[in-house]
Design a binder for this molecule. Structure first.
Ligand code: F6P
Length: 364
């Protein structure tokens, strides 16, 4: 019996379950293949006792439209930075990758499919270099991977953010207000840009284009005739002002290596007030609502394509690769290529030109 291990790592994302289901259903069409899942990314393998579950067709029945991941996930710990408590109460990250690879072999696992974003695929590449048979599947609501045209979860996040803009437009108009909506995306402005265009926001502030508050204020005032008028602003959590400052939250969670963003919407509110804006301002932080719940049809379809392709790469023995969508093909790239360059909004990005074409203000 051959065995493939499925791992979901990093932040959760709508469509993860659809990938898992597709892997299991594709594997069921081959003789002698069993699929198992590690609970909470690689931590299920690293823990004693080991936490792995058998994923058969019964276990994955009907999960394609469920949010989250049935095998859970984490962005803490992992094989290269396992948190170990020191005598002074602090934690250091210990490299347990060799031990983990030995354990994977001991468990009779022939291949690993690691579903995750850039951080997870960096882990995949490092494990591949140590000899593990591993395949990556790109996952992120942020759309910040350049080696694929699309990642599942992104379109669902855009839809959720657009629904939020739609709702904020009606309340902004009713109250003659400035409504600020902060959305996720880390250092990439894709969710913000798409939601701003789809929702008809007048101002959009992105990490890639530092904003000048005076220009933002001009954009606000253009929408008001004295006290009458309203404006909707979509700001990405990673947005910077011209001083280059991002809003970074301190994390007190053990093993958390990631920089946490969030709260820039409130800073913008204060900056507008300090710059002389006298209109009523309200700020909404959309947060994890963008990652929860049911994936839209597009993401379920993409996730299913990725799951099938990932298992077929395992069958073909093409390890060290990440599944990728290059229209119209579902193909693959080396993991090395996959982690080389982030996908960020550029001045000549088609949607950026469209947004400027309809007069959207970027505060630059
Ligand atoms: O990468 C996905 C993402 O949702 C980012 O958009 C966001 O900055 C981050 O994860 C939040 O991470 P956490 O789940 O640790 O709060």
């Amino acid at each position: 019996m051959n065995r493939v291990l499925v791992v979901t790592g990093g932040g959760d994302c709508p469509g993860l379950n659809a990938v898992i289901r597709a892997i299991v259903k594709r594997a069921a069409r081959e003789k002698n293949w069993e699929v198992v899942g590690s609970i909470e990314a690689f931590n299920g393998i690293l823990r004693e006792p080991t936490e792995i579950v058998v994923l058969d067709e019964k276990a994955v029945a009907g999960i394609h439209y469920q949010g989250g991941t049935i095998i859970q996930t984490t962005n803490k710990g992992g094989p290269f930075a396992w948190p170990v408590k020191q005598n002074d109460g602090t934690y250091i990250g210990v490299d347990r990758s060799d031990e983990m690879i030995r354990k994977i072999q001991y468990l009779g696992i022939d291949a690993v499919i690691n579903i995750g974003g850039d951080g997870s695929q960096r882990i995949s590449q490092a494990l591949f270099e140590k000899g593990l048979n591993i395949i990556g599947v790109p996952k992120t609501i942020d759309n910040d991977l350049s080696a694929t045209d699309a990642t599942f979860g992104f379109q669902t996040a855009i839809q959720i953010a657009t629904d939020a803009v739609d709702k904020l437009v009606t309340t902004a108009a009713s109250h003659n207000r400035v409504q600020i909506l902060e959305v996720m995306g880390r250092d990439a402005g894709w969710i913000a840009l798409n939601a701003a265009v789809a929702g008809g926001a007048e101002i959009c502030l992105l990490p890639e284009f530092p904003y000048d508050i005076e220009k933002v204020l001009e954009g606000v005032e253009r929408r008001f005739d004295r006290d009458r008028g309203f404006v909707n602003i979509v700001i990405a959590e990673g947005a910077r002002n011209i001083k280059g400052h991002q809003i970074i939250k301190e994390s007190h969670e053990v093993g958390d290596a990631h920089i946490k963003l969030g709260g820039v919407g409130f800073r913008l509110e204060q900056e507008l007030k300090d710059a002389g804006c006298r209109h009523s301002i309200r700020t909404t932080v959309l947060g994890h609502l963008q990652r929860g719940g049911v994936p839209i049809a597009y993401d379920r379809v993409l996730a299913t394509q990725y799951g099938v392709k990932a298992f077929e790469l395992v069958l073909a023995g093409e390890f060290g690769r990440m599944v990728s969508y290059r229209h119209p093909y579902i193909t693959s790239v080396t993991l090395k290529e996959a982690i080389q360059k982030p996908n960020l909004v550029e001045p000549d990005t088609a949607l950026m030109k469209t947004a400027r074409g309809i007069g959207m203000c970027f505060g630059d």
